[in-house]
Design a protein around this ligand. Structure first.
Ligand code: NA7
Length: 533
């Protein structure tokens, strides 16, 4: 491709992860459009390209965390673990890229620097020249921009520094090293047991204890796989009828409607099943009623105390003061037992704040500890970060950063007033991170494909939501969020993990079936709330 002249496409898509790969296949092979995908990485995979830290694994069953769009793909791909690790998911996405011949339309190692609406389409400026397109699709992920943890003096530290979401491809050997980990979210919880098994000494710097529960991984059961395969279509149908996009059907209305003994039995059963069963397949009022929530929270606290030998360490690891599930609950393998190892130390940053990095280590209010390597698992500028980084300007040159200065504004989490023909895949104010990823991106890409087809069939060129529809949607999503416990807690769902970021719930919490129904009704009602021209 020549970088000097603009290349024109029907659709330009940013990102070659789960969303961008399917978008390319759908738009190119099913709609016959001219499509270009722009990807900053050197290959496909998105999240699964970057997050190569030891222990990186999907918290959703491999069988569920996979594309549903191709029956052949579903039938031929064989998962080896109940919960696939990062290398296996990356192999799967590479297989998809090969099988559907996707690579030839992806510009790798290409970074979007800015994108402007030009009146009837988009001009996208990248490190490899300009692309123009009638439609611009941001499939850049929800958790793909690492947050700056603002650690004072980090540059002075002379040892090795690694970030979970930018892990070296060649891996890291921690043998014989004194290692520090900062962050105990989903990523930290996965990598801490792996590093502890390798490092000479591992010191975990914890700010907020989490409600982590067992993932329940193991080799994929061959018989189970044989049973599931012929029923894949049904399984997907059941998933799309479920709040979070899983084929789960055990959840009951209220934790408070049953006896303590029955409740305990249910929690134990879901705990043993692993995955998000406890969180999303036990009682529907856990995220709504603080008393119901506390029953699950206390169940998890008891488990932590049982698993950690030293009661003082157990206490530090036990979450209190915020409800279960209002921060994204990590899933783990041997996480709590790791703190029983003689080579593992826990530092509680609430009692002993981190002051600065020095040349040799980390200084807290209690003094300096020396390290050979530091691992940051400090999270992401979630949901808005990946979109805002694209430098998007809409009608009349209005910057998206300005339109979103008080928090993201979208209609259905799909489109934005003032930004015609800009589509977000799993954007803010859609179920996004609370919807099984591959199914979530398929729904959005299918919706976008329908919208583009609809425009073309009617000889139209642009689609844009009205300001009223956008405001109304935001009010609806916030009203639903207010009925839940999520706004109480500082989490990345709320934008509250980043200083100065507007504190507003960014997830549609009405559940997948309700969301899907609303999207379908709006289309059936002639794209209600959208202006087509
Ligand atoms: P998370 O869930 O945002 O976790 C980040 C962790 O890092 C969390 O424990 C934070 O503590 C901690 N943190 C962040 N900044 C600091 C500073 N400055 N000092 C000390 N500790 C800090 O990110 P993950 O990568 O684990 O998971 C993100 C999602 O990726 C996950 O939910 C899955 O969907 C995949 P805090 O809680 O803020 O006190």
């Amino acid at each position: 491709d020549s970088p000097s002249t603009a290349q024109h496409y029907d659709v330009v898509v940013v990102g070659a992860g789960f969303a961008g790969l399917y978008a390319l296949h759908k738009f190119r092979d099913q709609l016959g459009l001219r499509v270009r995908v722009i990807e900053q990485a050197g290959d496909v995979g998105g999240t699964w390209y970057y997050n190569r830290y030891p222990g990186a694994r999907c918290d959703i069953e491999s069988f569920n965390y996979s594309y549903s769009f191709s029956e052949e793909l579903q039938q031929e791909w064989v998962w080896t673990e109940r919960f696939a690790g990062q290398p296996e998911i990356l192999r799967y996405l590479n297989h998809v890229a090969d099988r559907f011949d996707l690579r030839r339309d992806i510009a790798f190692s290409t970074v979007v620097e800015s994108a402007e609406f030009t009146g009837d389409g988009w001009s996208i400026n990248t490190t490899n020249g300009t692309f123009t397109a009638q439609h611009f699709v941001a499939a850049a992920g929800n958790l793909s921009v690492a947050k700056d943890p603002g650690l004072v003096g980090l540059d002075d530290f002379e040892g090795e520094v690694y970030t979970s979401s930018a892990w070296p491809h060649e891996g890291v050997d921690f043998t014989g090293k004194r290692v520090a980990v900062i962050g105990t979210g989903a990523s930290g919880t996965q990598l801490i047991p792996e590093l502890a098994a390798q490092a000479l000494e591992l010191t975990v710097f914890q700010r907020t204890p989490n409600y982590a529960t067992p993932i329940g991984n193991g080799p994929m059961d061959h018989e189970l796989q044989q049973q599931l395969k012929p029923n894949y279509a049904k399984l997907r149908e059941r998933s799309r009828a479920n709040f979070g996009g899983f084929p789960y059907e055990q959840s009951q209305p209220s934790a408070l409607a049953v006896s303590p003994a029955e409740r305990r039995q249910t929690f134990e059963a879901r705990w043993s099943q692993g995955g998000f069963r406890l969180f999303l397949d036990s009682y529907q009022d856990l995220l709504v009623d603080p008393v119901a929530n506390e029953t699950a929270a206390e169940f998890i606290r008891e488990k932590i105390r049982e698993r950690v030998t030293d009661p003082a360490i157990a206490e530090l690891l036990t979450p209190t003061g915020y409800p279960y599930g209002t921060k994204r609950p990590p899933l783990e393998t041997n996480y709590y037992e790791t703190f029983n190892r003689p080579n593992v130390q826990l530092v509680d940053l609430r009692r002993e704040p981190l002051e600065r990095f020095t040349a040799k280590g980390i200084e807290t209010s209690d003094g300096v500890r020396e390290f050979d390597a530091v691992v940051l698992a400090t999270g992401f500028d979630a949901m808005t970060g990946p979109v805002l980084r694209l430098g998007i300007r809409g009608r009349d040159g209005k910057a998206l950063t300005e339109h979103w200065s008080e928090g993201p504004r979208t209609y259905l989490g799909l489109m934005v007033n003032g930004f015609p023909n800009l589509y977000l895949v799993t954007g803010p104010q859609s179920p996004s991170v609370l919807y099984n990823g591959p199914l979530a991106v398929e729904d959005h890409v299918d919706w976008i494909a329908d919208s583009i087809s609809h425009l073309r069939a009617d000889g139209l060129t642009t689609i844009e939501p009205s300001a009223e529809a956008e405001t109304d949607w935001i009010e609806q999503t916030l009203a639903i969020a207010e009925q839940t416990l999520l706004p109480q807690t500082d989490s990345w769902y709320m934008g509250a993990n980043i200083e100065g970021k507007p504190r507003v719930c960014m997830v549609y919490l009405g559940g997948v079936p309700q969301y899907r129904q609303i999207c379908a009704e709006i289309v059936a009602d002639n794209y209600r709330g959208f202006h087509l021209s």
